[in-house]
Each structure stands twice: as C-alpha cells, then as structure tokens.
Design a protein. Sequence first.
Length: 372
Amino acid sequence: MVEVKEVATKAALKTFVKFPFSLYKNNPYWVPPIIKDEMESFDRSKNPVFQSAEARFFLAYKGKKVVGRIVAIVNWLEVKEQRIKKMRFGWFDFEDDLAISKALLEKVQEIGKAHDLDFMEGPVGFSNLDKVGVLIEGFDHMGTMITWYNHPYYQKHYEAHGFAKEKEYLENKFKAAAADPKLFAKANLLIKKRFGLREINFTKSSQIMPWVDKMFDLFNSSYASLSSFVKITDVQKQYFKKKYIGFINPEYIKFVVDREDQLVAFAIVMPSFSRALQKANGRLFPFGIFHLLSAKKNSKDVIFYLIGILPEYQNKGVTAIIFNEYYHTFKEKGIVNCIRTPELEENTAIRQMWKHFDPITHKRRRTYRKSL
C-alpha cells in the first residue's frame, strides 16, 4: 500500500531532499546536492521563483519508509504570459515499483486538472536555469551538479503510465586538446575587425557584477525562440547574481562587446564539482567546503554552462572570439575534458557551433508529456 503525503514542515522537506541519498547510496555516478543549498532553493521566502511560480512537494510512503518523491509546479509566467497551459513536475525519484510512481504522478495530475491546465510535462524545474530531463542513455557516466541522475528503470515507468516523449536533450563532451586554434584563431581576428567587436576577460568577481543584469537580458533574448523557454525575471537576476556569480571562476566567464561596449555575447564555464560533491556527501562542513574549493582551483574538467549570443549576431562567427579566449585559459590551466550541459535536440545552431571539436554524445535525456 502506497500512501502519498504532502510536505508541510521543514523536517519533512529535509526528508524530501535527503531521499535520493538512500536511493542512490553507493552509486558511483550519482552526484549529491548540498543539502543546505537544496533546502534554500525550495524555501518560498528565499527563492524568488516563487513570486511567479507555485510548487507543492509530495513524499510516497510504504508504512514508515519513504519510497518516492515529486514536486508539482505551476509556472504562472508560462501559463498566463506565454499561454502554455503546462503542469510541470520535477525532482521525481522513486523505487522500482509502478504503484509508487503512479501514486505520485496522480497527485500532479490532480493539481493540473484543478488549475484547468492542458498537459503535464517532466521532469523539469521551475525555470530554464534548473535541471531538466530524465536520463535514458549514459548511466555509466558521472553526473554533474547541474543535471539529474536516475536509475535506468525510470524510463519504463513514464511509458507504462501513458507518457510520451516531449523533448530530447543531448549531452556531449570533447577533449580540450580537440580545440585546434587553426579553427578559430584567424576567424577571431576577422570577426572582430568586421563587426567592431572585442573580448572582455575577468580576474575578479567584482569586475563581473556590473555586467550581470545585461548578461541575463541577453540570455532572455538569445533563447526566447526555443519552445521550452521561460524568461528570467528581474528579481531572479538578483538572486542568481548573489548566489552563483561569486562562486564561478572569473577567468571562466567571457564577454564580447561592440564598439559602444554593448554586450553581444557571453559564455560561462564552470569547473567540474562532481567528485568534490561526492566527497562532501551533501554537507559543506566540516570538510565539504574544502573539497569544493579545491575543485574550483584544480579541476581539469570543465562544464560549458551557458552561451548566449544576441539574435542579430548569431551565425556570424562570434563564437570564434569566445573559443579563442577559452583556448588560452584552458591551456594555461591544463584543462583536459570539456563537458556540455543538456542541449535540445532541435537546437541545430548549437550543434553546428561545436561540430569542429569532435564531440561525443555520451548521454541522452528526455522530458515526457501526458494530456490532462
């Protein structure tokens, strides 16, 4: 007998956050979150996403044992402004029992119908800066701090409950050594001269802060045409600026500006924290923070987190400027592997951008959809 209970206390929310620690115990590929960070991201008083979205958290029990979890999400910007009547769900984890996953999904379905929404889709987060997709290939590759990992049986649960593939995401990686400067060094000079562009590099986080709002504005305009996009609000910009920018190596953030110093492109790369997060095992103290700081300084793997280019500069070779700057940074730091975040299969422009680096698709993930 499966019983689903809504999370109503801080203690229950902590149980929700910690459930995957038992589900994936001893799994060498799962990367745990920092428990405190995850708790704060679900705190309605701290995360500004709750100003435009609502979420309800559920745990599934068999007797007193927690056997599954899910978040039911309505992003009202998406529903009201974009007129996409979607019921979102994410942070969906469960033991391999169809009764468990069915009971949790039925809670999401009830909420979606109560709000008169048309369909449900998941796993997705609150916004485009959250994790997305259930892993369907690549279970023997290390996860990252910005993706969900899951057991192979998850896919059969979605399909058994009548869900169909909605979107597919590819994850690729390539060797830093594959970034042959002959492919972009000359183009870098030509593009800068033709369009009057120049690069900006940083050595301190304080130098980046005055640019962050413009960067998020550019992010919004860069990705507006993608089917899954929900814009980042002004209050979310301030939240992300405070929470993340200071933690990213400033030398891994690259900007391109025009003659008037208007931002036309940006890229953010992060050191891989996967091994450090495994060692931290959910806790910053007493030793977790040292593992993370060591990874920030010494990791030889990096993750391409975000690249944004103004629509009027897309397909004009601006990425040659960005790649040229990263080539020099990576060479100086001895970077070995470059890993890309999930990219929509339909995003052909991004695939064209990477084709010269001999990328290998090592993971695939999907979101699934069902009519309400």
